[in-house]
Ligand binder design. Structure first.
Ligand SMILES: C[S@@+](CC[C@H](N)C(=O)[O-])C[C@H]1O[C@@H](n2cnc3c(N)ncnc32)[C@H](O)[C@@H]1O
Length: 230
C-alpha cells in the first residue's frame, strides 16, 4: 500500500487544480486562497494569466518559511520517495493519456514545481506565498471568496487526527464562504476515516455540505471533492 511517514512537498498544475476543484472561469476572478499549496503551480500560472490582475490569489503553506534552494532540495527528496512508492503501488493509480506512466508523472510534477520555484521570489514579494499553517491562519474573517485545499486534509488522515481535521476545516470556513477540499481519500487510496466526522460537524454548524464528483482521478477512486458553503 502507498504510504508516507510525513507530508511531502509535491505540486500539481493549474489545469489539475481547475479539474480537482471544478473551478469555473468566474471563480478565477474571485479572491482565492490555496491552502497547503506547497510547490503547486496554481498560483504562479493564475497570476501569470492576464485575467487575474488584481493579485487576488494567495497560497499559504508552512514550507514557505524556506528559501528557494531549501525547497528545491526538499522537492528532490520528495520526487525520489513519491515515484518509488508509486512504482511499487502502481495499481492504486489511474494511468491514462493524461499520465500514462511513472516517467510522465515525474515530468508533469517537476514541470509544475519548477514553475512554482521560478515564481517563488516574486510571489513572496507580492505576498502571494504566505508562511502559515492550519489550524490557525493569519487571515481575517471572509478574507477570501474561495479556499481550496488539495492533497493535505483527508490525505494524511493517519498523521492528523479527527479533531485536527475538524478545526482545520472550521478555520478554512472562517476565512472563505466557499471551501473545497480534494481528495476525500487517504494514502493507500481508501476513503478517509475523518470524512464522516467532518461532514457531520459542519452540518451541525449550519453549513451546506456536498460531495461532488469531479473530472479528475489519479488515485484510484479519488474523484470526489467536498464543497462547503454558508
Ligand atoms: C502533498 S503537498 C500538496 C501540495 C498542493 N496542494 C498540491 O496538491 O499540489 C501537501 C502540502 O501540505 C503542506 N502542509 C503540511 N502541514 C500543513 C498544515 N498544518 N497546514 C497547511 N499546510 C500544511 C505541506 O507543506 C505540503 O506543501
Amino acid at each position: 500500500m502507498f504510504t508516507l511517514d510525513q507530508v511531502v512537498l509535491w505540486g500539481r498544475s493549474f489545469d489539475e487544480y481547475r479539474r480537482m476543484f471544478a473551478i469555473s472561469e468566474a471563480d478565477l476572478s474571485r479572491r482565492i486562497l490555496g491552502c497547503a499549496d506547497g510547490p503547486a503551480s496554481f498560483n504562479a500560472e493564475l497570476s501569470a494569466r492576464g485575467g487575474n490582475r488584481t493579485g487576488n490569489v494567495v497560497s499559504c503553506d508552512p514550507m514557505y518559511r524556506f528559501s528557494k534552494a531549501e525547497l528545491r532540495g526538499r522537492i528532490g527528496d520528495s520526487l525520489r520517495l513519491v515515484l518509488e512508492q508509486t512504482r511499487r503501488n502502481a495499481a492504486e493509480f489511474v494511468w491514462n493519456a493524461d499520465i500514462p506512466d511513472i516517467d510522465a508523472l515525474g515530468r508533469l510534477r517537476m514541470a509544475a514545481m519548477e514553475r512554482f520555484l521560478d515564481d517563488y521570489a516574486l510571489g513572496r514579494e507580492e505576498r502571494r506565498y504566505i508562511n502559515a499553517e492550519l489550524p490557525s491562519l493569519p487571515f481575517g474573517d471572509d478574507a477570501f471568496d474561495l479556499a481550496v485545499c488539495s492533497h493535505f486534509l483527508f490525505l494524511y488522515s493517519a498523521q492528523f487526527p479527527a479533531d485536527f481535521h475538524v478545526a482545520a476545516v472550521a478555520e478554512l470556513c472562517r476565512v472563505a464562504r466557499d471551501v473545497r477540499i480534494f481528495p476525500l481519500l487517504e494514502l493507500g487510496s481508501i476513503r478517509s476515516r475523518h470524512v464522516d466526522a467532518v461532514v457531520e460537524g459542519l452540518r451541525e454548524g449550519g453549513f451546506r455540505v456536498g460531495i461532488e464528483t469531479v473530472d479528475y482521478e489519479f488515485q484510484r477512486g479519488g474523484n470526489q471533492m467536498l464543497r462547503i458553503e454558508r
